[in-house]
Design a protein around this ligand. Structure first.
Ligand code: 4AD
Ligand code: MG
Length: 477
């Protein structure tokens, strides 16, 4: 007999004589009703136990969290809330779950508590919904690029370069800890880290992706990236996944078009394929909203927000225009900006970004042409000599979700820029080669995958959209 899934059975419009299913008990009521889940859907299937003909010892072992195997019949449900249910013929306990010890009891647990039990939290409805959406978004991303002529490229995790030039790198060392090589003045010689080279975990696959774009035309990466920044915010992780497309012969305007089309496409994919999970998460948020004062409640529900992004154009605004808006803004009396931007050239804080998106434009915003001095070395300098062809996409509730640019394709300008920033040419000789041999206009961007998952699920903390978050406090699992 074939094993069925809960998703299959719940969508069956016919009764079935012999069905067989395995899953985990969510609840067991009145010695009779099991709510069973197997991960295939947010919904549980009700399994009705014939308790008069089931031995007492077995009934006792049907506890929350236990793994069970049921054979029975799929029938029309007598109860409200479900159209079908299983009449149990035989039940086997595959794995017990001690009711006094199992941490995930059927009640509301705080997200903090669940983070400490990250290995079990996917047994809850909320986390299983988030992780199914994460998987779906990941598939939608590969699908989009595949259908649009991109090649998937695997960039190295261990590297000698600091793509962002921000120095936020985790060192990778193959040194013998007990007997490390020393410098002349007796200190550990990290220049010897990795068989004669200083190495780190990658902060971005961009530079390597650029090399492939300059032969394959359109490529993308989708892999883990690492930032050794000590920022304890709800939007930063030390290990996160990034999607980085890179395209030859494409300028900044083309880059914006690509990013917007791409974001809309992956969000429409989940609207089409993950409605049950989205509805569950939407209801969770609506309950949470009820505890807030009216004025602070969101105007749109989760699904409305996703549809809004899919159906409306992103607003494109230059950094200079944004600064004017911020200077002339009157942030409300209670919540003033901590820091009012007076000087052109200052970097935007997340409160500024959120003001632009949530209060001023009320839609996703693409900010472009940033001052050169606040952006990475590889961005294309504009004719004005002071701005670069950078773009950040800002999303409501998230802030920066995408960062990208047109790349500096002129060898002499790039060399000058590196010199000014003390980046040695020997370090990036291969990157400079691209500008020597067949250079061309090219562009790309990086999407922080977890920030996308946050937006699509409405989760407020980035630690709750990745299975095992790596933050300054947490690397236990
Ligand atoms: O803006 P970033 O640093 O850009 C780059 O790394 C470029 N090399 C991308 C490119 O042009 N190919 O990072 C890109 C995105 C950010 O917009 C943000 O969504 C996410 O990556 N991100 C983080 N997400 C979680 N935790 C962190 N610490 C993050 N840092 C960046
Ligand atoms: Mg950025």
């Amino acid at each position: 007999m074939k094993l069925h899934t809960v998703a299959e059975l719940l969508s069956s419009d016919i009764t079935l004589q012999d069905i067989e299913i395995k899953g985990w008990v969510r609840t067991f009521r009145a010695n009779r009703f099991i709510a069973l889940n197997d991960g295939s859907t947010i919904n549980n299937i009700q399994c009705v136990v014939d308790f008069e003909n089931t031995d007492e010892a077995t009934l006792k072992r049907i506890t929350t969290g236990a793994a069970i195997h049921i054979k029975g019949e799929l029938v029309e449900s007598q109860g409200k809330g479900q159209s079908v249910e299983i009449q149990v013929k035989t039940i086997d306990i595959l794995g017990d779950s001690h009711p006094d010890e199992y941490p995930i009891q059927p009640k509301k647990h705080s997200f903090e508590f669940l983070r400490e039990n990250a290995h079990l939290r996917t047994r809850t409805s909320t986390f299983s919904a988030v992780m199914r959406l994460r998987s779906s978004l990941s598939f939608a991303i590969h699908k989009y690029f595949n259908e649009n002529g991109f090649y998937y490229m695997h960039t190295p995790i261990i590297t000698g370069s600091d793509a962002e030039g921000a120095g936020e790198m985790f060192r990778v060392s193959a040194l013998d800890a007990k007997n490390p090589p020393l410098t002349e003045d007796g200190k550990v010689n990290y220049k010897e880290d990795f068989f004669g080279k200083e190495t780190n975990l990658t902060v971005s696959g961009q530079l390597e992706a650029e090399t492939y774009a300059m032969s394959l035309g359109k490529v993308y990466t989708f892999g883990p990236t690492f930032r050794a920044e000590n920022s304890n915010t709800s939007r930063h992780l030390a290990e996160f996944w990034m999607i980085e497309p890179e395209v030859a012969f494409m300028d900044l305007a083309g880059n914006m078009d690509l990013a917007e089309d791409f974001m809309k496409s992956v969000l429409s994919y989940v609207l089409e394929h993950n409605m049950d999970d989205l509805k569950f998460l939407e209801n969770r948020l609506l309950d949470e909203e009820k505890t807030k004062p009216q004025a602070e409640r969101s105007e749109m529900s989760l699904i409305e927000k996703l549809k809004f992004v899919v159906d409306n154009n992103f607003k494109r605004v230059s950094y200079t225009e944004a600064i004017d808006i911020l200077r002339n803004s009157k942030p409300n009396k209670k919540k003033k900006f901590n820091y009012i931007i007076e000087e052109w050239g200052a970097d935007l804080q997340s409160e500024h970004e959120r003001y632009l998106v949530e209060k001023h434009f009320k839609c996703p915003v693409i900010l472009f042409d940033y001052p050169a001095n606040i952006k990475a070395f590889y961005m294309r300098l504009n004719e004005d000599g002071k701005t670069v062809r950078a773009m950040d996409i800002l999303f409501p509730g998230i802030g920066e979700i995408v960062g990208g640019s047109q790349r500096e394709e002129r060898l002499d300008v790039l060399k000058e820029k590196m010199k000014a920033l003390d980046i040695e040419e020997e370090e990036l000789w291969w990157y400079l080669d691209l500008r020597k041999y067949g250079t061309a206009v090219h562009s790309g961007f990086g999407l922080g995958f977890e920030r996308l998952v946050m937006f699509a699920t409405g989760m407020g903390n980035i630690r709750d959209v990745i299975p095992y978050p790596r933050t300054p406090q947490n690397a236990e699992f």
